[in-house]
Structure formats: structure tokens, C-alpha cells
Design a protein around this ligand. Structure first.
Ligand SMILES: Cc1ncc(COP(=O)(O)O)c(C=O)c1O
Length: 392
């Protein structure tokens, strides 16, 4: 029997390394984007209370009204823009927010520009929708990653309907300034594109003196064409809870809500209640988490700078380093040998697009001893791999 075209989409290379790591017990797991610490107690307690209060029935497709109001209020506080409840759709994960946004705006015969290196699920979601994803790489120089408007302009096709990107980015940590967003929004206006802006890491930013990254929603011109994808996974250590949300123009949000009916109907009510409390009461927790990740980032960057043949762009946000390794064209064989021979798992850069091929992604949200041990193992593995003459 013939499967549908979606079945031929490439599986995630991050998951492939994770599966290999499962065969080698003791492998340090620096390939996933999650903290080793558990969900904070105040969030778990909210979930216990929600179970006791029987928040276990079907909920409305766009989520409980109280949670939508809490999200609207937080976005207003953070980004100084009025957001109404009817613009907020609670989704069963950030991935679901991306998926619904894509499903509502692009389809067969359309293309979407994706600023890479980027978490591969954007390209996957666009392909599942039957559209074509066109990669537009950030440029990399000694100061780090930068947006390249010329590349965006020249990647456009007559059938392009959307521009998708994440800021702060996974895996690069590149973070758009408000001026970058102005440029991107003007580009979208000029070519009448939807803007899918992922802000999943917006509360994990370093060195800017702010507790949140700039968002395109702050720009009036962006609002009619912008869908924000958000999640509680990274900010509140809730990766397994599968809870996120989208913020969309009021006339688009109901479409995302009814499309969710045909996937999972809605997010789990208990997770919604936990998210409401996380967002309402989580500011002190977020400040501590941000300080912790800033320390880990500095540790990781300093340690990697001591390793021969490694160039490390300093991430401005999120919790990954994405070093470039001299002479390496495809990092998959290196990542496999790191697991097999050194018991450390990192994600191959090629998982994130063409521009990532000679890189690896290392998550520094793990506890400090795992991080330092992992970087020691990475150094040993990389130098052995390189000295064997393996970079290819
Ligand atoms: C940029 C980005 N967006 C969205 C997500 C999805 O988050 P979740 O589906 O766990 O809510 C991730 C997860 O790694 C991510 O890195």
C-alpha cells in the first residue's frame, strides 16, 4: 500500500542520536532542549490541585478562559501591547502552536521561508502541510549570527506565503533586536507574507539587561500578519506537559482553535491549570533560571574556547551553544562516534538545516557537573575524531 507524501518527510536527526544514546547506557544527554532539573514544586502543586478539582473533562478548543486571560495579561505586561483573550489559543505544546499556524496559512502549492539554522520541526510542519520550506541561512561571522535581508529577498518566490523564524533561536541563540523585527515586518508587508514568530525562548536572554526578548507584536504593522508560537516547556521546565499557546490576529485565532479540534481537541486541562499558575506566579522562578542559564552559558563558551578547532558564537538567548568545528562538513558521524566511544550525546548541526552542517548543538540547561563532564568528553571525542582524519 502506498503511504501519503507526508510519510516521506525525513525523521528528526536529534531523535536518531537520542535513540543511539539509549543503546549506550551512561551517555550524557546534551542533545535535547531541556533542563535536568524537574518542574518546580509550585507548578506541580497547581497540577495536583487541578486534578482534585476535576479539571479532567474536555475543555474549550482554545483553552480555559482564565488561562487565556492570564496569557493576555502577561503579554501586555511584557510587550506593552493590548492583547485580548480572543487572540490567545492555548495549544497542546509549542509544536502544536507552530503546526496550527502553518496549517492555517500555507498549503499545497505554497512555499514558506524559514530562517535557519532552526529547530527542524518548522520545516517538518511546513512539509506536513504540503508546502515547500525554503531555507534562508543567517550569516555567521566572528561576532556571531546575523540576519541577511538580501538572502531573504533573493529566496522569495511568487508562491511564498510565510516567513518563519525563532528568536531567540534554537540552535543559534541569535536574538532579533526590535530593529531586526522592523526590517522583517517591512519585508513581510512588502511581499504580503504571514510572519510566524516563535518566542518560546523569549524569557531566556542574556546580557541585554532585559528579562524578555523583543517581539514583533510590539510593532503595530506586524499585528495583522503575525502569529506568535509560545510554550511553557523551556521557560517553566515543563517539557513533558505539552502545553503552549499561539497569539494571533483576532480573525485568525478562531481558525487555529477549530483546527486543534482535528488534532488533539485541546490541551490537557490539568496542564492548563499548571500553566496558569506558572505564568501568574513564575517571575521569581524565571529570574533564577535565567541567572543559572547565564552561568552555564559562560561555562560552556569558556570551555569550548579552550578546544582546538572550535569556533563558538556567543548565544544571546535560549540554552544552546552551536560551535563550528574546523574542517567538518557533516557532523552526524562525529555525533555518532561521541555516543559510541565517549558516551556523550550532542545534536548534529545538520539537523537544523544546510547552514548547520559543520556545527554541533550542545544544550547547557543541564546541571553543571553534567555540562562540564560532557564538555570534557566532547573535547576528547572531537580531537580523536579530527586526528583520525575523520572530518569529511
Ligand atoms: C524554537 C522552538 N520552538 C518550539 C519548540 C516546541 O516546544 P514544545 O513543543 O515542547 O512546547 C521548541 C522545542 O524544542 C523549540 O526549540
Amino acid at each position: 500500500m502506498r503511504l501519503a507524501p507526508a510519510a516521506s518527510i525525513a525523521p528528526s536527526k536529534i531523535r536518531a542520536i537520542a535513540a543511539l544514546a539509549d543503546e549506550f547506557p551512561g551517555t550524557l544527554r546534551l542533545f535535547y532542549g531541556e533542563d535536568t532539573l524537574p518542574t518546580p514544586d509550585f507548578i506541580k502543586q497547581a497540577a495536583h490541585a487541578a486534578i482534585d478539582a476535576d479539571r479532567t473533562y474536555y475543555t474549550p478548543n482554545p483553552g480555559y478562559p482564565e488561562l487565556r486571560d492570564t496569557i493576555a495579561h502577561q503579554y501586555h505586561q511584557l510587550h506593552r501591547v493590548p492583547i485580548e483573550r480572543d487572540q490567545v489559543v492555548v495549544t497542546a505544546s509549542g509544536m502544536m502552536a507552530i503546526h496550527l499556524a502553518v496549517e492555517a496559512t500555507v498549503g499545497p502549492g505554497d512555499s514558506a521561508l524559514v530562517v535557519t539554522p532552526l529547530w527542524p520541526n518548522f520545516v517538518g510542519a511546513i512539509q506536513v502541510a504540503g508546502a515547500e520550506a525554503i531555507e534562508v541561512p543567517l550569516s555567521l561571522n566572528v561576532d556571531g549570527f546575523h540576519l541577511d535581508l538580501d538572502r531573504l529577498e533573493s529566496a522569495l518566490r511568487p508562491n511564498t506565503r510565510m516567513l518563519a523564524l525563532a528568536s531567540p533561536g534554537n540552535p543559534t541563540g541569535w536574538t532579533a533586536s526590535l530593529d531586526d523585527w522592523r526590517t522583517l515586518v517591512a519585508f513581510c508587508e512588502r511581499h504580503d507574507l504571514w510572519l510566524l514568530a516563535d518566542g518560546v525562548y523569549e524569557r531566556i536572554v542574556f546580557g541585554s539587561g532585559s528579562s524578555v526578548a523583543p517581539s514583533p507584536i510590539e510593532l503595530e504593522a506586524a499585528r495583522p500578519r503575525t502569529i506568535i508560537a509560545q510554550s511553557c516547556s523551556k521557560a517553566y521546565r515543563m517539557t513533558g506537559w505539552r502545553i503552549g499557546y499561539a497569539i494571533a490576529p483576532p480573525e485568525v485565532a478562531p481558525t487555529l482553535a477549530f483546527l486543534q479540534e482535528y488534532a488533539v481537541s485541546h490541551a490537557f486541562g490539568v496542564a492548563q491549570e499548571a500553566a496558569r499558575v506558572a505564568i501568574r506566579d513564575g517571575d521569581a522562578f524565571l529570574a533564577d533560571a535565567q541567572a543559572r542559564y547565564a552561568r552555564h552559558r559562560d561555562l560552556a563558551v569558556d570551555r569550548l574556547r579552550q578546544i582546538d578547532g572550535v569556533q563558538v558564537p556567543v548565544p544571546e538567548g535560549a540554552f544552546y551553544v552551536f560551535p563550528k568545528l574546523d574542517g567538518l562538513r557533516d557532523s552526524v558521524p562525529l555525533c555518532e562516534s561521541l555516543v559510541r566511544d565517549h558516551r556523550v550525546g550532542v545534536a548534529p548541526g545538520s539537523a537544523f538545516g544546510e547552514g548547520g552542517k559543520g556545527h554541533v548543538r550542545i544544550c547547557f540547561a543541564v546541571d553543571e557537573s553534567t555540562l562540564l563532564d560532557g564538555l570534557d568528553r566532547f573535547e576528547a571525542g572531537w580531537l580523536t575524531f579530527r586526528d583520525r582524519g575523520s572530518p569529511s
